[in-house]
Design a protein around this ligand. Structure first.
Ligand SMILES: [Zn+2]
Length: 375
């Protein structure tokens, strides 16, 4: 279920790539090899165009990484730990463990990325000039010139004041300093983000219908991505305001139904999954939880083997991320539930299972609390 994987680690920060990036990378290479470079360098062969496209795309990737590193290094300087950097569409996301705690820190962090992109644009512009004066071959010039333009575009695009783009974060930090209310500032900044997303999608559709398919798809894709990001970033801040301070013990479902390790799958399905309609059950042997069994894993086993396969045979062993202490804050539990792949975790008190907590439970409480206007 992981949609990102790790590339390497730099300054102690793991760098991850989201699978969406491969779609983007192919799109960039294709656009460059078939559209852009044949236009700038018509004298070169198709093979050269593809090679140039690949080099340019990788350098673009390095530029985007530098942009994210700039954000991350400012964050680290202000004692905000970074889990890692995940590269998405136009840039990436530095996974912050916590949000900046003052408008000034947020402002500095947000502006660092575009400053890096503009510096790179200046660098590639100077390189193009120097290479030209030195009389270097035209493919090299075409590549550095492309990177000059793209870094300029990335810098400007990110400065658009729609949250969670960098410009939106800058806007939020200013509103935050003004209103002294993070939630209100985020709400306005993400409304800008959503509006801008609609503009992008509309522009993309317009392109699509007027025959510019590739750029049309580009704009629609980025618009959808931004719209989703604006919504979820606001939800996160609103949730934090409403739910932080709540202990997981207060939200969990009590009286957890457990299953014996040696139960066969046919019995497990009839007596537990159909009866209680939960998606996951903890597995017990002599008072100890040893793992979890999910309906999804049962479906992986062919029906003929259900009478000879036990729950223990197909269980997910109990790892760190499946267990949360009863006294933990809900806001600490959220990232664990999001990353453990199950969307739920067992709640433990004094090494004893006392409940189970799912992302759905938290969302439900959030909906109720926001409907009645918070605490
Ligand atoms: Zn940025």
């Amino acid at each position: 279920m992981r949609r990102s994987f790790k590339l390497f680690t730099i300054f102690n920060i793991p760098i991850e790539i989201n699978i969406s990036w491969f779609i983007i990378l192919s799109l960039i290479v294709f656009t460059l090899a078939r559209g852009y470079f044949p236009y700038t360098n018509p004298e070169l062969s198709t093979t050269s165009h593809w090679l140039m496209a690949l080099i340019a795309a990788l350098l673009l990737f390095a530029s985007l990484l530098a942009h994210e590193m700039a954000h991350s290094l400012v964050a680290i300087k202000h004692q905000l730990p970074i889990h890692g950097i995940t590269l998405f569409v136009f840039g990436g996301v530095a996974q912050l463990e916590k949000e900046p705690d003052s408008p000034a820190v947020e402002f500095r962090m947000a502006i660092a990325g575009p400053i890096m992109s503009f510096s790179l644009a200046v660098l590639f512009f100077s390189l193009t000039k120097t290479f030209y004066n030195l009389g270097l071959p035209s493919p090299i010039l075409a590549i550095t010139n492309y990177l000059f333009m793209l870094n300029l575009v990335v810098g400007m695009f990110n400065l658009i004041p729609g949250f969670p783009l960098d410009g939106g974060r800058v806007l939020r930090s200013i509103l935050w300093a003004w209103f002294k209310d993070l939630r209100r500032a985020t709400k306005i900044a993400s409304a800008f983000g959503k509006t801008f997303a609609f503009v992008l999608i509309a522009f993309g559709l317009f392109n699509l219908f007027s025959g510019a398919f590739v750029s049309g798809i580009w704009f629609i894709f980025i618009g959808l991505f931004l719209h989703e990001a604006a919504g979820s970033s606001y939800r996160q801040v609103a949730m934090k305001k409403l739910l932080s301070g709540t202990k997981v013990a207060a939200m969990m479902t009590k009286n957890v139904i457990t299953v014996p390790a040696e139960i066969t799958l046919d019995k497990l399905v009839d007596d537990y999954f159909f009866k209680y309609r939960h998606a996951t059950f903890p597995i017990m042997t002599d008072d100890n939880i040893i793992g979890l069994v999910t309906f999804h894993d049962i479906k992986e086993v062919t029906k003929e083997k259900w009478s000879t396969t036990t729950a223990q045979d197909i269980m997910i062993p109990l790892i760190h991320d499946f267990v949360i202490d009863a006294q933990a804050d809900v806001m600490e539990a959220m990232p664990i539930l999001a990353r453990n792949g199950l969307g739920r975790a067992l709640i433990i008190e004094n090494k004893k299972l006392i409940g189970i907590l799912s992302q759905k439970d938290i969302l439900q409480l959030f909906k109720f609390k926001s409907a009645i206007g918070g605490k």
